[in-house]
Design a protein around this ligand. Structure first.
Ligand SMILES: [Zn+2]
Length: 72
């Protein structure tokens, strides 16, 4: 339908799918999240120590590699 195409263009991105997580500090990770439209974004997550991160941390991944995944 024509309107579904318009909704697709103007939809508000919802970055809800964690793809990869990079270690920043004990309570901080840079996580690449993906929207349902496959657009990706790096979001810095700071959390209290008693709450788990949404995805297992990938150690030894560089900032460049993370950005490469985010801009895929
Ligand atoms: Zn989207």
């Amino acid at each position: 339908m024509w309107w579904s195409k318009i909704i697709n263009i103007f939809h508000i991105h919802s970055y809800s799918i964690p793809i990869v997580s990079r270690y920043i500090s004990f309570n901080t990770r840079d996580i690449v999240y993906e929207c349902k439209c496959h657009k990706r974004k790096i979001i810095r997550i700071c959390k209290p120590s008693d709450i788990p991160f949404p995805i297992q941390t990938t150690y030894f991944i560089t900032k460049e590699e993370l950005e490469k995944i985010a801009n895929k």
